[in-house]
Design a protein around this ligand. Structure first.
Ligand code: ADP
Ligand code: MG
Length: 283
């Protein structure tokens, strides 16, 4: 059933985004180095500023972590990057293009894929159907609803094989026919990752992928992320720094909607302001 590994194909996995010919500079944004850059990105909810004038640069091909106390604006930042909320101010660039006004679907098509802080799968659909639906929903301009999708998919062996490949990648191939809602919480998280990967993204935005998982499940998830990290740019939000400090090449620290520090994990984690805001250290 599994025909080939994704890295063997001429897909986004193989071509890599390093080959992009962008070499412009608008303001502070250097498109050679960055896959995503924001300028003055701001999101207000009434009187609350959840994300405040953020200038963020995510480097291509690297694993970046976003940390910060609860309520510091991490998830809102992902909602802005993935198009779920429009910003109140500021701009978002992806591979040199201003994507500030693009819909979430358009962003997925261009290679931005995200997972959610709370598990978001279709519990009444089978595991493989979850994948099929996501692939069709985001990759094609179908507007006919789920029934239409599945009529179309019935004979589409290539699509089914493709989806099975991603289930195998996350170790869920034997649960393809299980209902999503019957999977353990950890397996639901893995299904979410499979869905994200099946969209063949260039950048993966993972919002607390370890939340609610036990130690063994975290190790498995970590192993999986290590396996795929060479193929993508990864940005991972995590509340507990210890889980990602070895995995990430770069850390961004948010506090009250602002970016207060960024750099290599060892430097960031010894930064006085970070320690004060994160662990309440004085002095
Ligand atoms: P984090 O992910 O760092 O815990 P969030 O981005 O979820 O933080 O939230 C940042 C702030 O924005 C919080 O005060 C939260 O209550 C608020 N917030 C987030 N989403 C909404 C929303 N849809 N409407 C109103 N306030 C929101
Ligand atoms: Mg959050």
């Amino acid at each position: 059933m599994i025909k080939e590994r994704p890295e063997a194909r001429g897909s986004a996995f193989g071509e890599r985004h390093f080959l992009n010919p962008f070499h412009n500079t608008i303001g502070k944004v250097d498109f050679m180095a960055e896959i995503i850059a924001t300028e003055g990105l701001t999101k207000r909810f009434g009187p609350l500023t959840a994300v405040n004038k953020m200038d963020l640069k995510i480097e291509k091909g690297r694993v970046s972590g976003i940390i910060g106390p609860n309520g510091s604006g991490k998830t809102t930042l992902f909602n802005l990057l993935s198009g779920y909320f429009p910003p109140s101010e500021g701009r978002i660039f992806y591979e040199g293009h201003d994507i500030t006004r693009l819909s979430p679907q358009e962003r997925v098509k261009r290679g931005i894929s995200r997972s959610f802080q709370l598990v978001s799968i279709f519990p009444r659909l089978k595991v493989y159907e979850n994948l099929v639906l996501s692939v069709l929903r985001f990759k094609e301009n179908n507007k006919g609803g789920a029934r239409f999708y599945f009529c179309k998919v019935a004979d589409n062996k290539e699509l089914l094989d493709d989806c099975m490949q991603y289930l195998e990648m996350v170790g869920l191939q034997n649960k393809a026919n299980t209902l999503g809602g019957e999977l353990s919480y950890g397996d639901q998280r893995l299904l979410e990752i499979a869905i994200s990967l099946s969209l063949k993204p260039k950048i993966l935005l993972l919002d607390e992928p370890f939340s609610g998982l036990g130690d063994l499940e975290i190790s498995f998830m970590m192993e999986l992320l290590h396996k795929v990290k060479k193929d993508f740019t990864i940005v991972i939000i995590e509340h507990k720094i210890s889980k990602i400090e070895d995995f990430c090449e770069q850390l961004f620290v948010m506090s009250q909607g602002s970016l207060i520090c960024q750099g290599e994990p060892c430097k960031v984690l010894t930064n006085v302001e970070v320690r004060r805001c994160y662990w309440g250290e004085v002095g």
